[in-house]
Design a protein around this ligand. Structure first.
Ligand code: PAF
Length: 280
């Protein structure tokens, strides 16, 4: 696996791949890699001739400086994992390679920025779209791979791609879970054993909603699930909603073609999100 540190090296490499007519699969990450990321790499390898991943803890998408400072980082271990997954190239830029001082970015995300993670983490999706647009411009991947766990992020990146007419196909990979159901996340590394037990309530609640989706109303599903979550000690529920999966508008009807349940909660210092497709 070749490690690329500068934008110039990255773009030279991309130029060579394109000259050889190789399709490029891109897996952007912020490191602290887990099985979820590695399954994206493996899928990219199956679908494209070469795979480029990136490791960059993007400061512009953190609205809380403490969260940025505490974000888990382990570059040496990440590189081993990427090598083992047969990733071809990894881009690990320094911040000065990515941003010029006082750089300005605003992308009109509209409604999708005014709900759920958009309101809980003001500015987060501005930072995400800012970095993803740069990486897409530099790499011009044929397919970019994202995890379903960050479903709202996926929809916003889809909007970014459509707005700028970027020639990239997006792939939303199903969430990879630990054996206890907990959605894999880099933030799980910061949970202690007790918090990990509490965190499982999130996926259990989503699985329950899915199991009863056919026989209960959305109103009943939500009120039962919300009361279970709000009665879980040490779990601070941020939201639990059932939405049209194309727009993330909340729905009380089962008529939308694709329906998703989304949840977010804080357990101790750690904020976790998860979701499940109820109808597709
Ligand atoms: O999902 C993530 O890890 C990040 O938001 C991404 C897409 C790598 C952008 O920094």
């Amino acid at each position: 696996m070749k490690v690329l540190k500068t934008q110039k090296d990255l773009q030279n490499q991309v130029y060579l791949l394109k000259a050889q007519n190789q399709s490029i699969g891109f897996v952007p990450t912020m490191g602290a890699l887990h099985e979820g990321h590695l399954s994206l790499i493996r899928t990219a390898r199956q679908q494209c001739d070469s795979t480029i991943s990136s490791i960059f803890v993007n400061p512009t998408q953190f609205n809380d400086p403490k969260d940025l400072a505490n974000y888990p980082r382990n570059e040496a271990l990440d590189l081993d994992k990427l090598r083992e997954a047969n990733c071809d190239f990894v881009f690990i830029p320094d911040i000065t390679e990515v941003y010029s001082p006082n750089e300005y970015w605003h992308f009109d995300i509209g409604k999708l920025e005014q709900i759920f993670e958009g309101t809980s983490r003001p500015g987060h999706y501005q930072g995400v779209t800012q970095i993803v647009k740069k990486f897409f411009d530099w790499i011009t991947p044929n397919i970019a791979f994202f995890g379903q766990k960050d479903y709202q992020q996926f929809l916003i990146i889809r909007q970014l791609v459509s707005h700028f007419g970027l020639p990239v196909q997006l792939f939303c990979h199903p969430t990879i879970r630990e054996s206890n159901g907990l959605a894999m996340s880099s933030r799980n590394a910061r949970l202690n054993e007790h918090e990990r037990q509490i965190a499982q309530t999130l996926s259990r609640t989503l699985f329950d909603i899915k199991a009863h989706f056919a026989d209960k109303s959305i109103k009943d599903l939500l009120s039962e699930a919300r009361s279970k979550l709000t009665n879980t000690p040490e779990l601070e529920l941020s939201y639990l909603s059932i939405c049209d999966a194309e727009t993330l508008e909340e729905t009380n009807e089962k008529t939308p073609a694709k329906i998703i349940a989304l949840v977010a909660a804080r357990i101790g210092e750690i904020r976790l999100i998860d979701n499940i497709i109820l109808k597709s």
